[in-house]
Design a protein around this ligand. Sequence first.
Ligand code: HEC
Ligand code: HEC
Ligand code: HEC
Ligand code: HEC
Length: 481
Amino acid sequence: MYPLNLSYLHSIKLTCFCLLFWAISFIFTSQDSFSQEQDSPSTKKAAINPSASEAKHPPIATSSSCSGRGCHGGSEPVSGQIVQQNEFSTWLAHDKHANAYQSLLSERAKTMAKNLGIPAAHKDLRCLACHTTPQIAQAQSKLDFPLDLGVGCESCHGTASPKWLGIHTTEAWKNTAPESKKAQYENEGMNYLGNAFIQAKVCVACHVGAPANPETGIPARDANHDIMAAGHPRLTFESLSYQKNMPPHWNTKKYTSNTNRDLEIWVAGQLAGLSSSMELSSHRAELALNNQGIWPEFAESSCLSCHADFQQPSWRDKKNYYQGRKPGSIPYDSWTGILLSEALLISGQDKQISNLYTTLAKERSSFKVSPKEARASADMLAGQLAKIQKELITKGITPPKDWRTLLLDQLSKHNLETATWNESTQIALALSMLSSKKPEQAILQNLWENLAYPSGYESPKGYSPDPKALESALQKLKNLK
Ligand code: HEC
Ligand code: HEC
Ligand code: HEC
Ligand code: HEC
């Protein structure tokens, strides 16, 4: 049961994390380089990195700089404050991101490295790019940064250059109005994660992938088919369910008066997921054009169309399965983009853009498309989406008053009879976003059982979702009102 399982996994891992926590937190706090109480400016610099020269530094302070007890390393949340000051402790004890580097030392990662023919996953930039703070991964060959911090604070929050560390700990900062704070974040290369659209872009860069950004010193993050075939889990990120499965180290009460927060996170994730996958696709096509990569990139096509077992009768015998496509051609069945029309509808954006996506998906369903053509259409769509996202970062969304009904209607327009697992699961996750109350959640139970990975699998098996389960859930939710 995919989205529910996420939290289940957390609870199993919790006990071992807690044991580790005391030992590790002691190490971090004792070498804490930026805790306000102790250090003078000169020892601070030395503690970040004693060996490297200042000029080559990415403006990264590392997570241990945030871990002071008086900073973000408290053991309990400080009550009555928005910032609770125990963020580091929550991350270290409960958040899978803190363990992301350790995962590169696991048996699974070792097998992957063997399959890929690389000496070690924890030394390979391709893996480190997503399993540690990306700038650290990029710099590690030259500098002596501690990599074992996993996906650290700055992976999501941005680079806390020494300047940021000073600015945000002053008394004046506490009294700064949110809008001025947002500007300060931008000036200092920090991400204002309270903005759902900024936040979603940050998550998808690792959970979908993204090309390198030489300006910020971030390497390419690309879990391509080579990596999948070596044994990597599939990436199927949906922002709201993933955010809810992250142990919150922020004050969730901040949003109690904003009834549209979940919707905003969901819309932002849909748009960011698609634009990131388009940018990544363009990057892959570019590599192929320069003879540095292969094309087509299998990870962009339907996994199941190549990997399903030969069953008789086959799930492909379903009426309308091919929908005009030539039997034997490989369907584009991206995880991102499926609910683009819905995201555009809610955010009040021009629906024409979804035609761009439909055309692209059709074009990709034939292996005839050259990398040059593929790059052009991916760039076009990414460009349009970037414009929308830029606008939404400043304006936010004002959903239509009857958005719930509109969204349910739009979701009902999908051809449920032929919907793939990707499509069905994205719809189910959207329904789950609409279902915060118990009776609504109960309606979805059946659907999740239908979509769940069978035990022992990390994907659906020869997958044929039951359109009736989806239809019935949609209908029941419509009737509830
Ligand atoms: C620098 C890359 C990176 C960024 C940025 C990032 N993640 Fe992750 N995330 C990972 C990696 C790698 C893992 C797998 C960790 C492991 O188990 O080894 C992961 C795991 C997770 C998990 C646990 C999944 C599971 O199977 O239990 C959740 C939930 C999650 N991320 C949510 C988010 C959200 C929400 C954001 C944005 C606010 C985000 N992540 C940003 C790299 C990243
Ligand atoms: C584009 C970013 C990205 C790249 C590149 C990447 N990973 Fe991951 N990896 C992730 C994310 C995100 C997850 C968590 C997936 C989820 O639960 O949704 C993950 C999960 C894993 C897991 C499972 C962890 C667990 O707790 O079960 C292993 C093992 C792993 N990655 C190893 C590797 C290795 C080895 C490489 C390099 C060959 C690599 N990864 C490259 C993003 C990436
Ligand atoms: C995987 C991404 C991710 C990582 C890693 C991460 N954070 Fe966060 N952090 C978030 C998100 C998302 C929020 C919520 C933002 C919001 O809604 O305002 C947040 C919120 C916060 C806040 C509250 C900000 C506010 O204005 O309310 C603080 C403080 C914070 N994080 C500190 C840290 C520290 C310290 C670390 C490292 C120990 C860390 N974070 C690691 C994603 C991350
Ligand atoms: C165009 C066809 C095609 C597509 C699409 C495709 N693969 Fe593959 N995949 C292959 C081939 C061919 C192999 C190598 C099989 C062999 O050597 O036996 C392979 C191998 C694998 C393997 C290792 C072998 C195994 O069965 O465990 C995994 C895992 C895998 N692919 C995952 C994926 C995932 C996940 C996707 C979608 C993101 C995907 N593949 C999309 C053709 C494809």
